[in-house]
Structures are given as C-alpha cells and as structure tokens.
Design a protein around this ligand. Structure first.
Ligand code: CA
Length: 235
C-alpha cells in the first residue's frame, strides 16, 4: 500500500493532540492538527484529510456542531474522542454522523483499530468501486495501478493521498469523459455531500502538481470550466 492517509486531529489539549499525532505518524499516517472548531472546519476544506479525529470539548464550539456542519456536505469518516462516557453521548455523536466513538483515556491499539476500521469502511462503501477496479489504466506516461492503489508517472510512484488517488481512479474509470463536479463529489464523499467544490478543487490542484510537468498546461487532467474534469484518453 503506497497511499498514506492524511488524518486531521482536532483537539485543544496539546499533550493529547501530540500523543495521538505521534501514534498515527509512527504507524504510517500523515497528520495535521487543529486546536479549535473554527480551525478544524477551515482545515477540512484546505487540507482534504481522509479521516478526522474529533474531540467534543473544544474552546469555541462543541465537536457535535462541527460534525453536524460537516455532515451537511461530506461523508468524510469521523472518529469522535471524548471524556463524555455516557451511552447517551455516544448515541448523540453517532446519530450526528460520527463513524465511531472512543472514550478518553484510550490506548494506542484501540485508537489504531478504530482508525483502520473507519478508513476501511469508506473504501468499501457503495459508490466507491473505482478503487476496487482491477488492472491498470495507461495514458502517455501516466499509469493508474488499481491493484496496488498507486499512480506512476514515468515509472515513478506519485505519492497521492487516499482522496487524491480516488479522484484519479474515478477519472481513469471514465477516461475521456467529462465528469461534473457534483458527480465526482457524490461518488467520492457520498450522496449527502454537495454544495461546495472547494475540497475537490484543492485536491485537483494537488494532484496536478504531483502528476503534471506543468500544472498550468496539463497533459492529463483537464478542467472543463464550470462543468468538471476529464482525464485524457489512452490509446
Ligand atoms: Ca478538549
């Protein structure tokens, strides 16, 4: 597996945030951190994480409020961590759209198990079959390897995040065809997603930077202004 999932850790207590980030980094995940709700919401749009670890007790807003706002446009997996241990609190968080719930204090293995499960569920959720495709797709010097979940340019493995790979894989599956922003967003982030193209645009800019020789004059990933994106068709 060549993909490193990016995880956003939303936690105002520095020591806990650093503990979680250290455990995740040691286990091959890329991490970014937010200390408040406002920062978390802005980082979800700008950093496009593959998963969010969300503390409920934040200085500026309740974690549940973040979850509710996020669920308005995204099915990004969220694992809630909280000192609130009542059943009722867990149900409230899960009803608000959390994928899982961890009560503080928790151990390293428990944390890693929840993260793995939440990520696996997104991968296998219906509508995400672009990643379950087999074989490869080649156009010019770009190869999308569906078995190994990686993209190669001139034989070099391009380090894509999970979201970036899923976008490339989806465009590869429909190569030559224009996919609308809305179609891509719903395929990737679920039917509840929609509204904002911001995350997709940021991902796309990152993919172009990694894949294209000159991102301003793409050879592979074309923008159909106001409509969506298209991947060049191979021979
Ligand atoms: Ca807290």
């Amino acid at each position: 597996m060549q993909i490193r999932e990016k995880i956003l850790v939303v936690e105002d207590e520095k020591s806990i945030a650093q503990f979680i980030a250290a455990v995740l980094s040691e286990n091959g995940y890329e991490t970014v951190q937010a200390r408040s709700g406002a920062e978390a919401l802005s980082m979800i749009s700008s950093h496009c994480p593959d998963l969010v670890i969300l503390d409920l007790g934040l200085p500026d807003m309740d974690g549940l409020e973040i979850l509710r706002q996020l669920r308005g446009w995204s099915s990004l997996p969220v694992v809630v961590v909280s000192a609130r241990s009542h059943e009722r609190d867990k149900v409230t968080a899960l009803d608000a759209g959390a994928d899982d719930y961890l009560t503080k204090p928790f151990g390293t293995n428990e944390l890693l198990a929840r993260v793995r499960t939440a990520i696996r569920h997104t991968r296998t959720a219906s509508g995400n079959d672009e990643i379950a495709q087999k074989g490869t797709y080649t156009v010019g010097e770009l190869v999308i390897d569906y078995n190994k979940h990686q993209a190669l340019v001139r034989g070099e493995n391009v380090k894509l995040t999970l979201s970036e790979f899923r976008i490339v894989a989806l465009l590869g599956k429909y190569a030559g065809k224009v996919l609308t922003y809305d179609f891509i967003i719903k395929e990737l982030w679920g039917p509840r997603a929609g509204g904002s193209n911001q995350i997709l645009r940021v991902n796309m800019a990152n993919i172009r930077r990694k894949i294209e020789k000159n991102p301003a004059e793409p050879e592979y990933l074309f923008t159909e202004v106001g409509v969506g994106y298209r991947l060049a068709e191979g021979e």
